[in-house]
Ligand binder design. Structure first.
Ligand code: DLL
Length: 432
């Protein structure tokens, strides 16, 4: 069966709760005793580590937000001495100073286990060659999957991102079995395979592990078609460790969270109230297994829902839905909430390629939204009339999904810049 650690991945909920309780107690003591920021925060909230008896008590604890990491830049939230660290990573985010995260040797081991679980859940084995095209560097994608592949006993091919024709050459020559990169880069690699005249079925590649940005099920189908593979989602964030915080199994009905190390909650982002299973809200994690950066109730800004139910794959680990977007990616246009993923969904429903850019502006105090979309070769047409008709069709589909009018402009295939990492989908010129 496709598990890396079946004993824990398929453990009973009671067993997982017992582990979580023991780890939470230990972690809160460590944070309180070693991180002045947490001592102050808990003191202010009137909570002592002695008040934490089991995992349910997590709700007594205060939240941590990204700005807390920025305010304590670079190492202020670390609970260990520099000599105990073996690595740092950083995440740039879209605004503000980057946040720096640190790992002890045990933290790297724990994170590698999670990434190995993800590769195994996608069907990877120790016989496989894992082609890693996430960026290597401060970003956690490259090294995260790399260590996961090695942990599993598979062979990592550390290609990193960029030089797409060379990526294809390596896929062919090295016999890569799995490709790991962002879904937007997977699309680009798939297009490049096609443009190089290669039949994807001739590649040995059989699976892909794609994440680091939101993507839809329609985009999954497109990537699967272009590369003749089965595509799996993987979720993570550097503050919590990196890729592998959650991963899809063969059932592809949500991503299993490694909840023995990262305890998840969904909250109402406005009130902080914990929401029940199935309700969408902001995902919050408490790192109950990490030594260097023991974050308490860290608000991810990712909007999703949780489901506690045994999966047909045999795992009891709670599942999260694909993040719908981030609360800070959400655009508010003329008062209406718009997520870029909704635009992508509409385009794929209309059999367009998901190569698009959203331009938002404000003229005379009125917001305007334009969606630039590349035509694919099937639609490519020289007649102005055809182009206008297609634009209108997309405009009306967007209107019915988003409830606002967006102007659509079709572009020639290949006009928009391709991304080798996380795609940039929005340019907001409003200076809000
Ligand atoms: O993106 C870690 C990662 C690398 C995950 C490779 C998966 C694969 P950060 O740069 O810190 O870390 O960005 C974290 O990216 O809060 C989400 O908003 C978004 N994100 C990550 N995975 C997914 C996913 C890495 N599968 C932020 N679907 C997170 C949607 C994702 N969004």
């Amino acid at each position: 069966m496709p598990y890396y650690q079946p004993d824990i991945e398929c453990a009973s909920t009671d067993y997982i709760r017992a582990i979580q309780s023991a780890r939470l107690i230990k972690m809160v003591h460590s944070a309180y005793n070693n991180v002045p920021f947490y001592k102050r925060k808990l003191d202010e909230a009137g909570i002592s580590p002695a008040d934490i008896h089991n995992i349910e008590d997590v709700s007594k604890l205060p939240f941590t937000v990204k700005n807390d990491l920025r305010d304590n830049y670079p190492y202020g939230l670390f609970a260990v001495k520099p000599c105990d660290l073996v690595r740092v990573h950083a995440s740039s985010g879209t605004t503000g100073k980057q946040t720096v995260v640190g790992y002890t040797a045990n933290d790297i081991d724990l994170w590698s286990q999670c990434a190995a679980r993800a590769i195994a859940a996608a069907g990877g084995t120790k016989d496989d060659f894992i082609h890693v095209s996430y960026g290597y560097g401060l970003f956690t994608g490259g090294l995260g999957l790399h260590y996961g592949a090695e942990k599993l006993g598979a062979t990592a091919i550390p290609v990193s991102s960029g030089n797409t024709k060379r990526q294809v050459q390596i896929l062919q020559d090295f016999g890569s079995d799995f490709l790991c990169c962002t879904p937007s880069y997977a699309m680009f690699i798939g297009e490049t395979v096609r443009d190089m005249g290669i039949d994807p079925k001739t590649l040995k590649l059989r699976g892909g592990i794609f994440g680091a940005e939101p993507w839809t099920d329609n985009m999954r189908k497109e990537i699967e078609r272009l590369l003749a593979i089965k595509a799996f989602d993987i979720y993570g964030l550097s503050e919590i460790s990196g890729p592998g915080v959650a991963y899809e199994c063969e059932c592809q009905d949500g991503m299993h969270i490694c909840e023995d190390y990262f305890y998840p909650e969904i909250i109402n982002p406005d009130t902080g109230e914990v929401l029940p299973d199935g309700e969408y809200g902001e995902l919050v994690f408490t790192c109950i297994g990490k030594e260097a950066l023991p974050l308490i109730r860290y608000r991810t800004r990712d909007i999703c829902a949780l489901r506690h139910a045994l999966c047909s794959c045999g795992r009891a680990f709670v599942r999260m839905t694909k993040p719908r977007g981030r609360s800070d990616d959400m655009l508010i246009i003329r008062g209406v909430n718009v997520f870029p993923s909704q635009v992508e969904h509409v385009l794929l429903e209309l059999k367009m390629d998901p190569n698009y850019l959203i331009l938002v502006d404000r003229v005379n105090n009125l917001d305007s939204m334009e969606v630039q979309v590349e035509m694919n070769s099937a639609l490519f047409s020289d007649t102005v009339r055809d182009i206008e008709n297609t634009e209108k069709r997309i405009e009306s589909a967007l209107q019915s999904t988003l409830n606002i009018h967006a102007r659509v402009r079709l572009l020639e295939p290949g006009t928009l810049p391709r991304s080798e990492g996380k795609a940039k989908r929005v340019i907001d010129n409003r200076n809000l």
